[in-house]
Design a protein around this ligand. Structure first.
Ligand SMILES: C[C@@H](O)[C@H](N)C(=O)O
Ligand SMILES: C[C@@H](O)[C@H](N)C(=O)O
Lengths: 165, 165
């Protein structure tokens, strides 16, 4: 029986940094990301939801080694743009279903969310689009979530999971 | 000169639906998505940022034809889970850079955001992870943003853009 997705990636070396209340005007995302680039910090996932009013939150993940440096760099920028707080969480992990087809995408996302729900795992963040469904969960949830997801999607854990796919 | 990414996908047939103030507890994402699936609605992008307190917002995109049906279906669920409002915007478009390598991911995201900033295009939503950087912008911005992005990333617009990659 074919696997429905190409694999599951799990990244346990992640710190989630959220900058709250960033002005929702052109140029802000660029201003926040640029200094991280010039300082050689690799940013993995970036999520920003729709602003309800004039501001929104911007979240991204970096490796745990880079986290404090990233926060230091961000402090100046956040002050300049008139953002809110910089909130850090290094007790998280990212799980991504990869190689998800366009046609099965919605169904697979729903099933992933249900599996996590059944395990009482709280989904802290979602970034899902064609090809890839990523969620952030507490790192201790990985132990039960990962095997359940491998099983549900017909994957051999040894073959298909990778620490940074 | 090789293109730095595989292509740029632009989807102009999108409605953004945001459910505000959904409880940040296990099972909520699953409850919201499931009825859409059973009703045959294809959900494209799903974004949920970190909850600042006990609740967060959940956004997803559907085709414009499905939008009103999706909202109808969601009303019941949102009431059951104790969520907030269902906010709709059908004046948006999604632009995705696809086939972005892990190593160049951060740099490419920063450049994409800068290009949009230079064009004074407001980024309404971001869902970026390895392989794919997606943003939502006002649909009228596509006209200036898409050619600029193709040019910046060394792509031939005719060859590499697709309405639903
Ligand atoms: C919040 C941030 O994404 C802003 N809207 C921008 O375009 O840069
Ligand atoms: C908000 C929603 O994602 C919730 N945390 C859940 O796990 O379902």
């Amino acid at each position: 029986e074919d696997a429905e997705i190409r694999g599951i990636a799990c990244n346990r070396d992640e710190t989630r940094i959220m900058i709250t209340a960033v002005p929702d005007i052109p140029g802000i995302a660029a201003k926040l990301l640029a200094p991280l680039i010039t300082n050689g910090i690799h940013v993995d996932t970036i999520v920003q939801n729709i602003a309800a009013a004039d501001s929104t939150d911007l979240t991204f993940t970096v490796s745990r080694l880079d986290a404090l440096k990233a926060v230091e760099i961000l402090r100046t920028t956040v002050e300049n743009i008139g953002g809110g707080e910089i909130l850090l969480d290094n007790t998280i992990a990212k799980i991504s279903l990869i190689g998800v087809g366009v046609r099965t995408h919605t169904d697979i996302a729903a099933r992933m969310f249900q599996i996590l729900a059944d395990l009482n795992v709280n989904i802290l963040l979602i970034a899902a689009s064609t090809m890839r469904i990523s969620v952030i969960v507490k790192e201790e949830a990985v132990e039960i979530a990962l095997p359940a997801l491998h099983k549900a999607f017909g994957l051999d854990a040894a073959v298909s999971s990778a620490d940074n796919l």
